[in-house]
Design a protein around this ligand. Structure first.
Ligand SMILES: [Zn+2]
Length: 337
């Protein structure tokens, strides 16, 4: 696979990275993989007068968006990304821009690509769902948040690479491994079991626990400007992403997309990827609904996974039609039907 500047980079399946970021230590899906890699690029997307999104692309690693929301309580940040330095810079720039202090960090869920940058907000209340709060302490109890555990994981990765089982890119060493080991983790300080409203009635933000992508997932809705902050229940621009949403998609995920549509937002800020219009959610939902209907039909007819994943009757949604983790995604969908 070639990018515009002609660089080739060897890497391994993103699903591993996803597991790694969740600190689950699942090595099952390691394989050789070549992926698209550009220079790391940071964009600040001004979504409305009061909302700015920090988006990082091009590292070859799945980067979660960080959102800054200006309301009458001060600045509220949603998710912290994976890299503390990025989050610190973004916070400082937003405090300068709005001439206000940051007051809260709210987490959409407890996955490392959204939480490892939390050190940048360690002086603030950190709000999450009750489940995300419980997960944090469970992982800590299991020792899976310690630096030793992380170092062990990195060592195993390097050993496997040395044996030729897969190749690690320069960005893996420079960006991922370095930041993964360096991160000091901060637990949520306030847990919400169902929903919470923050701010005056004119500037209110709704935080709502919904599950889906992970049991601990929540979304946020900024009522005065009708902006949905979806977390990983909705990701866009699959070429930049690791299939967080795709591989985990199921009937519950489709129902959540319908709920998001019904909220009727003016703009949608996904967990990963660019800010989009509401219609993108509808297109995704229709795609997934048609895909599952077709796959169910094929499975009932006894069609094998190999044949089903190449079946001409499957709907197309993405421009290049196939996600780079297509085989993994298909087997995950097919087995759950
Ligand atoms: Zn994510």
């Amino acid at each position: 696979m070639r990018n515009n500047s002609g660089n080739y980079v060897n890497f391994y399946k993103d699903i591993l990275m996803f597991n790694l970021l969740r600190i689950r230590g699942d090595f099952v899906h390691i394989s050789k993989k070549v992926i698209f890699l550009k220079e790391a690029k940071i964009q600040h997307i001004q979504v409305t007068r009061n909302i700015v999104v920090h988006r990082k692309t091009g590292t070859g690693i799945n980067e979660g968006n960080i959102v800054c929301l200006n309301n009458d309580l001060g600045l509220i940040f949603v998710d912290a990304g994976r890299v503390t330095q990025d989050a610190k810079k973004f916070r400082a720039e937003m405090e300068k821009k709005y001439k206000k202090k940051a007051e809260y960090l709210i987490l959409t869920h407890n996955h490392g690509d959204h939480t490892f940058g939390a050190e940048a907000f360690k002086d603030l209340p950190i709000i999450s769902s009750q489940k995300a709060y419980d997960d944090y302490y469970e992982l800590e109890k299991e020792g899976k948040l310690s630096k030793e555990y992380r170092q062990g994981f990195i060592n195993v990765m390097k050993e496997k690479a040395a044996k030729g089982e897969f190749e690690l890119s320069e960005s893996w060493h420079k960006d991922f491994a370095t930041n993964y080991l360096a991160a000091t983790l901060y637990p949520p300080t306030l847990a919400i079991s169902d929903e919470m409203k923050l701010g005056s009635p004119e500037q209110q933000i709704l935080f709502k626990v919904i599950g889906g992508h992970s049991d601990c997932s929540a979304y946020l809705y900024y009522l005065p400007e009708d902006i949905l902050i979806a977390g990983d229940n909705f990701n866009c621009d699959h070429a930049q992403n690791s299939g967080c949403m795709l591989a985990g998609m199921n009937d519950k995920g489709i129902a959540i997309l319908k709920l998001f549509e019904d909220l009727n937002p003016k703009k949608v800020i996904p967990g990963h990827g660019p800010v989009v219009e509401k219609d993108y959610i509808r297109t995704s939902r229709v795609y997934f609904s048609e895909m599952f209907a077709k796959l169910k039909e094929l499975k009932e007819k006894g069609v094998s996974l190999g044949e089903a994943s190449k079946h001409p009757g499957l709907p197309n949604f993405f421009e290049d039609k196939k996600h780079r983790q297509w085989d993994h995604i298909m087997s995950s969908w097919y087995s759950q039907l």
